[in-house]
Design a protein around this ligand. Structure first.
Ligand SMILES: Nc1nc2c(c(=O)[nH]1)N[C@H]1C(S)=C(S)[C@@H](COP(=O)(O)OP(=O)(O)OC[C@H]3O[C@@H](n4cnc5c(=O)[nH]c(N)nc54)[C@H](O)[C@@H]3O)O[C@H]1N2
Ligand SMILES: Nc1nc2c(c(=O)[nH]1)N[C@H]1C(S)=C(S)[C@@H](COP(=O)(O)OP(=O)(O)OC[C@H]3O[C@@H](n4cnc5c(=O)[nH]c(N)nc54)[C@H](O)[C@@H]3O)O[C@H]1N2
Ligand code: SF4
Ligand SMILES: [Mo]
Length: 762
C-alpha cells in the first residue's frame, strides 16, 4: 500500500496517469514552456501525427522541446501547420510520460509496479520463450504500428519473422490503409499515390470522396483551394457537409455504404454520353468491356434511389468529371472503411481510368494516407502476408530474396499469418497465448471493443511498448517505455510517396529507450540476437535498401543524404537500372505511370505495374453494408475524426489546448431526427447497437444526413464509439466496417455516471 512504485490506475480514469507524476487529469499547459524560453537549437523534422508529414522545426532547450517553429522551405506545407502539429511539443515534458518499465502488480487490483528495465526485458524474453516452447511459434503474436519510422516497421517484421518465427504479426494500418492498398494493387500493381500533390493545383476538377480534408488533412485543403483559385470545380461526396463541402461547387450527400453504386452510376453516365478516353482505355487498360456491361443497370434514377442523392446532382457530377481536361480524384477512409472497401475504391478507380486522366501533369489520383508513416509502414514487412519491398510472404522467389539478405534459409521463414482483428479472435479462442504490441491502442481503436478487452484478458502474457500508458497498456503484464518520435531518428514516407527524414531532437528520458533498441534487447535476451545488432537507424535503413531492391517498393537508391538534400525522395528509386533504362533523378519518382518511367514489373511494356504494363478495370457490383438499418435499429451510425484529436487519443487527449478545443465526443444528429426523438442540442443521449451502448451529449447540426448520426472515436472507456461499431470486415483487405452500422437513439433519463467526472467539482 505504501509502496511508492505501485500505481493504482483505477478502472475508469480517463487518462492513464502515473501518480508519481501528478494528478490524473493534469495535462501540460504550455505556459511554462512557451514563456520566453530561448531555445539552444532548432531541429528540422516532421510532424508526429498525420500522413502529410508537415515539415517543422522543433525548438530545443537542453533536453526539452520548448516549442514549434515553421520550416518554410519544406515544399509540401511551406510552413503551414494545423493545431495538432503546433501543440505536439507538449508531449515530451508531459507528466504522464513513461520513464520506467512497469509490471502489473498481482497483489493490487489494477496497479502497476516499476521495475528495472533489464528485468522487464528479461520477463518479456522468458514469456516468449516459454509460450513458444509450450504452444508453438504462432502462439506468440506481434502487433505493430504505422506511426513508427520505416526503419522500426522493417525491424518489427524482421523480429516477428526471423527472431520469433511467428506467422502472426500485423499492424494498425489494417484499420486504415488496406482497402486502398489492395485496390491499388489490383488496378495498378502498386500501392502509392499516383501523383504528387502539386498536380492538384492545375486540375480543372477536384473530386473528394469520403475524406474530411479540412479536419484530417488540413494542408491538402490548401492545395484544393489553390486549385479553385485557378478555376477548378470542387466536388465533395460525404454523408456530412464537412468544412470542405461547405465551399464545394457540388456536394453529393451519399448514404453511408453506397459509394460503389454512386461510382457505377457515374461511369454509366460517362458511357452514355461518351465522356471516355477511348485511346487510353484501348492502349493502357484491360477489362473495360466487362465493367461497362456490369454498370449498365446503374441508371441515374436507380443510382439516386440507392445512394439517396438527387438525380440531377449525380448527372452534374458525371458531366463535370466526364468533360474535364484535367482532374484529381482523392479519397480517404469514408470510402475505405467498409466491408466492401476494396470494391468502393475500385469503383472510383474505374471512373479515373475511363477518363484516362492519371499519371500525367495535373491528372491525378490518390488515397489520402492517414497515419504518420501510413505509407512507409505498409511497405516493408509488418503486414501479416508481407516481406520488405512490398514482397509477398507466400511467394517463393520473394522469400528467397529476403532470406538471403537476412542470412537464413527461406524455409525458416513462417507462412502468412492473420490480420489484427483475427489475432484478437485467436487470443479470445485461446490459440494465441502471448502478445507483444507496439504503437497500437486496440482497446480504443478496434471495432466492437468489448470483444477486444475480453481477448486481451485471456492472454497468458501481454507486453506493450509505449511512451504514455494507453487503455490497452492497462491489460499488459509488462509495459516498456518506448520513444517519442522526437527522441529517435529515421525516415517516414508521407502520403505522396516521399521519403523524409525524422531527426532526433532530444534523448529518451529516464529509462525510456529508442523503440528499436528495445526490440533488439528482447532478441538478444532470447539468445536470438543475430541480425539484431544494429547500432543506428541508418544501419537498419541500409539493410532495408538491400531488402527492398528489385521489389515494387524499391528504396535501394535512396540515401539519408539525398533525402536531406532534396526535401525527400519519392520511391521507387532503384540503385541501378538495366542498360537503356534511365534511372530516376535525385528526387526519385514523384509521379507514377509516366511513359518511360522506371517500372521493373512492366519492363517497358507500359506504365502500369503488371507484366503487360496495363491497368485493370475491375467489376464492382454494389453490395450494401453488412448491418443495414431495420425497425429495431433504424439509424445509421458512422464514425470518424475531429481536427484537434488524433486516433485513439492516447497522445492528443493529454495535450491541454487540444482537449479544450474538443473536450468530449458528441453525437452529431440532424435537427429533423432530433425533433422526432425529442432530443435537443446538448442533451445526454443513449446510442445503442447490437453490441453495446454509450451515452454522450447530442450535437444537433444541419450538416449531416437525417438518417445518419456521427460520433468521433478518439475516446476510450464508456465514451468509446467502438463499443457500438461492428467487427464486419472486407473479405480481401480485412478492414473493419467503421463507417456503417445500425443504432437506435433515445434521450437519456439521467446523465451517465461518468458525467460527474466531466463537470468541474464544486
Ligand atoms: N484531426 C485528425 N486528423 C487525422 C487523424 C485524426 O485522428 N485526427 N487521423 C489520420 C488518419 S490515421 C486517417 S486514416 C485520416 C482519416 O481521414 P478521413 O478519412 O478524412 O477522416 P474520417 O473522419 O475517418 O472520415 C472521413 C469522412 O468520411 C465520411 N463518410 C462516412 N461514411 C461514408 C460513406 O459511406 N461514404 C463516403 N463517401 N463518406 C463517408 C465521414 O462523414 C467523414 O467526413 O486522417 C488522418 N488525420
Ligand atoms: N470507430 C472508428 N474506429 C477507428 C477509426 C474510425 O474511423 N472509426 N479509424 C481507424 C484508423 S484509420 C486508425 S489509423 C486506427 C488507429 O488506431 P491506433 O493505432 O490504435 O491508434 P493510435 O492512437 O495511433 O495508437 C498508437 C499508440 O501508439 C503510441 N505511439 C505513437 N507513436 C509511437 C512511437 O513512435 N513509438 C511507440 N512505442 N509508441 C507510439 C501512442 O501513444 C498510442 O498509444 O483507428 C481505427 N479505429
Ligand atoms: S497533424 Fe498533419 S496537417 Fe497537422 S501539422 Fe501534423 S502533419 Fe501537418
Ligand atoms: Mo488511419
Amino acid at each position: 500500500m505504501n509502496n511508492p512504485t505501485v500505481v493504482d490506475l483505477g478502472p475508469d480514469l480517463e487518462l492513464g496517469t502515473i501518480r508519481e507524476f501528478g494528478p490524473s487529469r493534469a495535462y501540460a499547459g504550455d505556459a511554462h514552456l512557451a514563456s520566453g524560453l530561448t531555445p539552444d537549437r532548432y531541429v528540422k523534422t516532421h510532424c508526429c501525427f498525420c500522413g502529410q508529414q508537415c515539415g517543422m522545426q522543433l525548438k530545443v532547450k537542453e533536453n526539452t522541446i520548448v516549442g514549434v517553429e515553421p520550416w518554410y522551405e519544406f515544399p509540401f506545407n511551406r510552413g503551414m501547420l494545423c493545431p495538432k502539429g503546433v501543440k505536439r511539443y507538449l508531449q515530451q515534458s508531459h507528466p504522464d510520460r513513461l520513464l520506467r518499465a512497469y509490471e502489473k502488480d498481482r497483489h493490487e487490483t489494477s496497479g502497476f509496479r516499476a521495475l528495472p528495465y533489464d528485468q522487464a526485458i528479461g520477463r518479456v524474453a522468458e514469456a516468449i520463450d516459454r509460450i513458444q516452447r509450450e504452444h508453438g511459434k504462432d502462439a506468440f503474436a506481434v502487433l505493430s504500428g504505422a506511426s513508427l519510422t520505416t526503419e522500426k516497421t522493417y525491424l518489427m517484421g524482421k523480429f516477428a519473422h526471423m527472431c520469433l518465427k511467428t506467422s502472426n504479426i500485423d499492424y494498425n494500418g489494417r484499420l486504415c490503409m488496406v482497402s486502398a492498398g489492395a485496390a491499388n494493387k489490383k488496378a495498378f500493381g502498386i500501392d502509392r499515390a499516383a501523383n504528387p500533390w502539386s498536380d492538384i493545383l492545375g486540375a480543372e476538377v477536384v473530386l473528394v470522396t469520403g475524406a474530411n480534408v479540412a479536419e484530417c488533412a488540413p494542408i491538402t485543403t490548401n492545395y484544393i483551394w489553390q486549385a479553385r483559385e485557378h478555376g477548378a470545380k470542387v466536388i465533395v461526396i460525404d454523408p456530412r457537409i464537412t468544412p470542405l463541402a461547405r465551399t464545394a461547387d457540388l456536394f453529393l450527400p451519399v448514404k453511408p455504404g453506397r459509394d460503389t453504386a454512386l461510382f457505377n452510376g457515374i461511369l454509366q453516365l460517362m458511357i452514355e454520353n461518351d465522356w471516355l478516353d477511348h485511346d487510353f482505355i484501348e492502349r493502357h487498360t484491360v477489362g473495360f468491356a466487362t465493367v461497362a456491361e456490369q454498370v449498365r443497370p446503374w441508371t441515374a434514377r436507380r443510382t439516386a434511389e440507392v445512394t439517396g442523392i438527387a438525380e440531377d446532382r449525380i448527372r452534374s457530377a458525371a458531366e463535370l468529371w466526364g468533360t474535364a481536361r484535367t482532374s484529381f480524384l482523392m479519397h480517404a477512409r469514408g470510402l475505405e472503411h467498409h466491408s466492401h472497401g476494396v470494391e468502393n475504391v475500385l469503383s472510383a478507380i474505374n471512373v479515373v481510368l475511363a477518363s484516362g486522366r492519371i499519371g500525367r501533369r495535373n491528372c491525378g489520383y490518390a488515397t489520402i494516407t492517414g497515419q504518420a508513416n501510413g505509407q512507409g509502414g505498409r511497405e516493408h514487412g509488418q503486414k501479416c502476408d508481407q516481406l520488405p519491398g512490398g514482397r509477398d510472404l507466400a511467394n517463393p522467389d520473394h522469400r528467397r530474396h529476403i532470406a538471403e539478405v537476412w542470412g537464413i534459409e527461406s524455409d525458416a521463414l513462417p507462412q502468412p499469418g492473420v490480420d489484427a482483428y483475427e489475432i484478437m479472435r485467436k487470443a479470445e479462442a485461446g490459440e494465441i497465448k502471448g502478445l507483444l504490441s507496439i504503437c497500437f491502442n486496440p482497446v480504443v481503436s478496434l471495432p466492437d471493443n468489448n470483444v477486444v478487452r475480453s481477448a486481451l484478458s485471456k492472454l497468458e502474457f501481454f507486453a506493450t511498448i509505449d511512451f504514455f500508458l494507453s487503455e490497452t497498456a492497462r491489460y499488459a503484464d509488462i509495459v516498456l517505455p518506448g520513444s517519442l518520435q522526437e527522441e529517435d531518428e529515421g525516415t517516414v514516407t508521407q502520403l505522396e510517396g516521399r521519403i523524409v527524414r525524422i531527426n532526433k531532437a532530444v534523448e529518451p528520458p529516464g529509462e525510456a529507450r529508442a523503440d528499436w533498441r528495445i526490440i533488439q534487447d528482447i532478441a538478444q535476451r532470447l539468445g536470438r540476437g543475430r541480425g539484431f545488432e544494429f547500432d543506428h537507424p541508418k544501419a537498419i535503413f541500409e539493410e532495408l535498401r538491400l531488402a527492398s531492391k528489385g521489389g515494387v517498393n524499391d528504396y535501394s537508391g535512396v540515401t539519408y543524404e539525398a533525402v536531406e538534400e532534396h526535401f525527400g525522395v519519392f520511391w521507387p528509386c532503384p540503385a541501378e537500372t538495366p542498360e537503356g533504362v534511365e534511372r530516376p533523378g535525385p528526387q526519385g519518382t514523384p509521379r507514377l505511370f509516366e511513359p518511360g518511367s522506371w517500372n521493373p514489373i512492366a519492363n517497358g511494356n507500359g506504365p502500369f505495374y503488371f507484366a503487360d504494363g496495363k491497368a485493370r478495370f475491375v467489376p464492382t457490383p454494389h453490395r450494401g453494408p453488412v448491418e443495414d438499418v431495420d425497425e429495431e435499429y433504424p439509424i445509421i451510425l458512422t464514425t470518424g475524426r475531429v481536427v484537434s484529436q488524433f486516433l485513439s487519443g492516447n497522445q492528443t487527449r493529454r495535450i491541454g489546448p487540444l482537449v479544450d478545443h474538443y473536450p468530449e465526443p458528441r453525437i452529431e444528429i440532424h435537427p429533423r431526427l432530433a425533433e422526432e426523438l425529442g432530443i435537443r442540442d446538448g442533451d445526454w443521449t443513449v446510442a445503442e447497437s447490437r453490441r453495446g451502448s454509450c451515452t454522450l451529449r447530442a450535437a444537433v447540426v444541419r450538416t449531416i444526413r437525417p438518417d445518419t448520426v456521427f460520433i468521433p472515436y478518439h475516446w476510450g472507456g464508456r465514451k468509446s464509439a467502438n463499443q457500438l461499431t461492428i467487427a464486419a470486415q472486407d473479405p480481401i483487405s480485412k478492414i473493419p466496417e467503421y463507417k456503417v452500422c445500425a443504432v437506435r437513439l433515445r434521450r437519456a433519463d439521467r446523465p451517465p455516471e461518468y458525467a460527474a467526472e466531466l463537470e468541474p467539482q464544486q
